[in-house]
Design a protein around this ligand. Structure first.
Ligand SMILES: [Zn+2]
Length: 323
């Protein structure tokens, strides 16, 4: 999903608000504890000297200073233990003076190694859901119109097939869980694959799951950029590999290279191994997928995905004709 700058800003403020409140609770606790146990303040100022003690050791010794560094470490550990003992002797919990960040991974900074932390993504997703619910946006399945699918297309009962695909996908999104199957939606252009996959993504996201929806060209361009560190991408490879549901729309529309083939294999295979559901839509048939991508990708897509073959006439053309 693409996020607006406004949404990112709002999410950043929420996460930094959490950090501020963790720190202000810590400051208040510190005051309370110092008042009751003045020795704690002395211990903290002893501890704050370690930095300068270490620099002194480094500057004054020419050779190995591991021993003296270890001594400083031991001294610090003893002081920290003393603090905890003092706290519990005075009726506080031992971690009373720890800063209690809401997210231990990023200490409420929102970033880990310059990439968005899971907690930031979670906030963005919930803001997005709120926004959608407030805007009264209709259930995306409700805007899917089966009238565009003829009773029969040649000798194929097109309307019935599409009705059953529609019901399956709606049920899939409503009952989505980490054990939901992978889906491969395939068939010609303009017959509703993107509409259905987007409807699943939105419904699953509204339920609170972390969903990444990307077109194949956008996905591979973004991976290529990250590979050469050209720019920070909205979706890190870590999130693409580990999100609850990944939707790759329009596989085959990208410019296929050996890089895109190996990146696709990595994504498909990792998500199968980690049992994370993935949905792929493609204008290619399974046998065209086998020809275009490597055998190992084809064997995963053929063996580990449920196949839904769409049928119909190009809806965009029907709409243009006013049908
Ligand atoms: Zn975090």
């Amino acid at each position: 999903m693409k996020y607006s700058i406004e949404l990112l800003k709002q999410a950043g403020e929420i996460v930094s608000g959490r950090r501020k409140s963790a720190i202000s609770i810590f400051e208040e606790n510190k005051k309370i504890a110092y008042d009751k146990i003045p020795e704690l303040k002395e211990i903290d100022s002893e501890l704050s000297l370690s930095g300068s003690m270490i620099s002194r050791e480094v500057l004054s010794h020419k050779g190995d200073f591991t021993t003296s560094l270890n001594k400083i470490k031991e001294r610090n550990n003893a002081l920290i233990e003393r603090k905890k003992d003092l706290l519990s002797q005075n009726g506080f919990s031992k971690d009373f003076l720890d800063i209690n960040y809401a997210c231990k991974k990023c200490n409420d900074s929102g970033f880990v190694d310059a990439m968005p932390c899971e907690c930031l993504i979670e906030v963005i997703n919930s803001l997005e859901r709120e926004k959608e619910i407030c805007s009264g946006e209709p259930n995306p399945f409700d805007t899917f119109d089966l009238k565009y699918y003829p009773e029969m297309l040649g000798n194929i009962p097109c309307h019935d097939i599409m009705q059953s695909i529609f019901e399956n996908c709606k049920q899939y999104s409503e009952e989505f869980s980490h054990s939901s199957p992978n889906l491969l939606l395939f068939g010609g252009t303009g017959i509703g694959k993107t509409h259905i996959s987007l409807a699943i993504a939105k419904t699953v996201q509204r339920k609170g799951f972390n969903v990444v929806y990307m077109s194949a060209p956008d996905l591979f361009t973004s991976l290529e950029k990250q590979r050469f560190n050209q720019e920070k991408s909205e979706q890190s490879i870590e999130n693409i590999l580990s999100c609850d549901l990944l939707v790759i729309d329009d596989l085959g529309a990208e410019f296929t290279t050996s890089f895109t083939i190996s990146a696709l294999y990595n994504i498909v295979n990792t998500r199968i191994l980690e049992e994370k559901p993935t949905i792929i839509t493609a204008n290619l048939t399974p046998s065209e997928i086998s020809q275009r991508y490597s055998d190992r990708i084809a064997s995963r897509l053929l063996g580990c995905y449920e196949h839904l073959r769409f049928c119909g006439n190009d809806i965009r053309i029907l709409k243009k004709k006013g049908l």
